[in-house]
Ligand binder design. Structure first.
Ligand code: NAD
Length: 433
């Protein structure tokens, strides 16, 4: 069963431009929209349009549990804006998934795709479910049924889901297979983040961490700091954190701290990151390899040159922002800095490079995957990495231009780049799309 809401909304849900410490993803996304708009001469009607998703699809998903009972879950797909191309964004399986969260995260995807100049709009979706409580068979049934419910609104030219929290390449494989069976033709381009054997891209898994490392390197170049003289602390040693830490280590930086949920390994003389297993290789094992263990809170306030929060959202807060000692923060996780902390860090002249730029390697290689799928031609890893670096450099240059021209923070500069591109496309096409 599906229901679809349009964009009629209560405007009293507007949020002020001034940040609050605990705001929802939707409030944050809207505040960032207003903030960027305040620096630009944009038709206010376009800003008004962008405050709302184009459509939010809500579906119920009944599945038969292994014990024979039927349970019904709720799923969403929030499609924010498609003026620059098909909707693009992840599908999340998590107990906290709500419609509003999908809308807010979908808006973030619009900004992220635009700052990278990818021909996509933004979307996000998910199912309110704890995937850890489902067997593999139950997850497969849930995903295939969700694919059926979403069938009419997704597709390589309409809306292209990807993995997010609680979903992975296997989930995307079931989704792609279910969609293809319903369409009567193999359609790899309907999702990204698939295994390479069915049309996934080489380098996709590593891409968000690689883009964080590339941006960290560009930050050092910009501020005339040799990477070889840069100390780095990385929170989270998963897909984003471990890949970023290992690349920076390879390129000459000194990674002095890495962490997982159990705590942090600290070695001021530098960690050989290749010898510590990532979350994927051996979950939550970082501290077992450490001589010196410190807490995650201590890691965040270490006296290092660069801090890379790459685990969770909202870890840099008004409580610890005054104690952050790093000169540069490169956001690996989505939303690691609360709005209040962001203001404090800005006042303290700490450079914060926003998530929508730094970890955008994931959606960028998803774009490459989509290109490979619709062209039916796989790229070698070297090409993926070369093109990713070119896209990251190009986005960095665009953001740098606004940073210098407008004397704003790097975060504001990134949003200004994104919003200008979206607004130009809306101005060219009109209010209709
Ligand atoms: P992951 O599951 O691969 O790894 C997460 C890591 O964080 C693990 O090492 C885990 O132990 C650690 N962690 C969990 N809770 C922690 C805590 N309380 N304190 C310290 N460490 C903790 O996840 P990931 O894919 O690397 O994602 C990390 C962040 O990056 C998330 O915010 C995610 O939304 C964001 N992100 C991921 C991608 C992607 O494609 N993987 C893309 C862009 C952004």
């Amino acid at each position: 069963m599906a229901s679809t809401s349009d964009s009629s909304h209560d405007r009293s849900s507007d949020v002020p431009i001034e940040p609050t410490e605990s705001e929802s993803a939707l409030e944050t996304a809207r505040r960032q929209l207003y903030h960027a708009a305040s620096h630009l001469d944009i038709d206010p009607n376009i800003v008004e349009r962008l405050k709302y998703p184009k459509k939010v699809h809500e579906v119920t998903i009944p599945i038969e549990r292994d014990d024979g009972t039927v349970e019904v879950f709720t799923g969403y797909r929030a499609q924010h804006d498609s003026v620059r191309g098909p909707f693009k964004g992840g599908l999340r399986y998590h107990p906290d998934v709500t419609k509003d969260e999908c809308v807010g995260l979908g808006m973030w995807m619009t900004w992220k795709c635009a700052v990278m100049d990818l021909p996509f709009g933004g979307a996000k979706g998910g199912i309110t479910v704890n995937p850890k409580e489902l067997s593999t068979g139950e997850k497969e049934r849930l995903t295939r049924r969700f694919a059926q419910e979403l069938r009419d609104i997704i597709g390589p030219n309409q809306d292209i889901p990807a993995p997010d929290m609680g979903t992975d390449p296997q989930t995307m494989t079931w989704l792609m297979d279910a969609y293809s069976m319903q369409e009567g033709e193999t359609t790899p381009g309907v999702v990204t983040g698939k295994p390479p054997v069915i049309g996934g891209s080489h380098g996709r898994e590593e891409a968000p961490g690689r883009s964080v490392a590339i941006i960290a390197q560009l930050v050092c170049e910009y501020y005339d700091r040799p990477l070889e003289e840069t100390t780095v602390a990385v929170q989270g040693y998963g897909s984003v954190g471990a890949n970023a830490a290992r690349l920076l280590d390879d390129w000459g930086a000194t990674v002095v701290a890495i962490s997982d949920v159990n705590g942090a390994m600290y070695d001021p003389s530098g960690i050989d990151t290749a010898t510590v297993p990532s979350h994927d290789e051996e979950p939550e094992a970082v501290t077992e390899y450490a001589d010196t263990v410190i807490s995650n809170d201590e890691l965040l306030t270490l006296d290092v040159d660069m801090l890379i929060p790459a685990a969770l959202g909202n870890v840099l807060t008004k409580e610890n922002a005054e104690a952050i000692a790093a000169e540069f923060v490169v956001e690996g996780a989505n939303g690691p800095t609360t709005s209040t902390a962001d203001s404090i860090l800005a006042e303290r002249d700490i450079v914060v490079i926003p998530d929508i730029l730094a970890n955008a390697g994931g959606v960028t290689v998803s774009y490459f995957e989509w290109l490979q799928d619709i062209n039916r031609r796989a790229w070698p890893l070297e090409r993926v990495n070369d093109e990713l670096e070119a896209e990251m450099r190009s986005a960095w240059c665009a953001v740098q231009t606004e940073y210098e021209r407008r004397d704003v923070t790097w975060r504001d500069a990134a949003y200004i780049v994104a919003l200008s591109r979206i607004a130009e496309a809306h101005e060219a096409r009109g209010l209709w799309p």
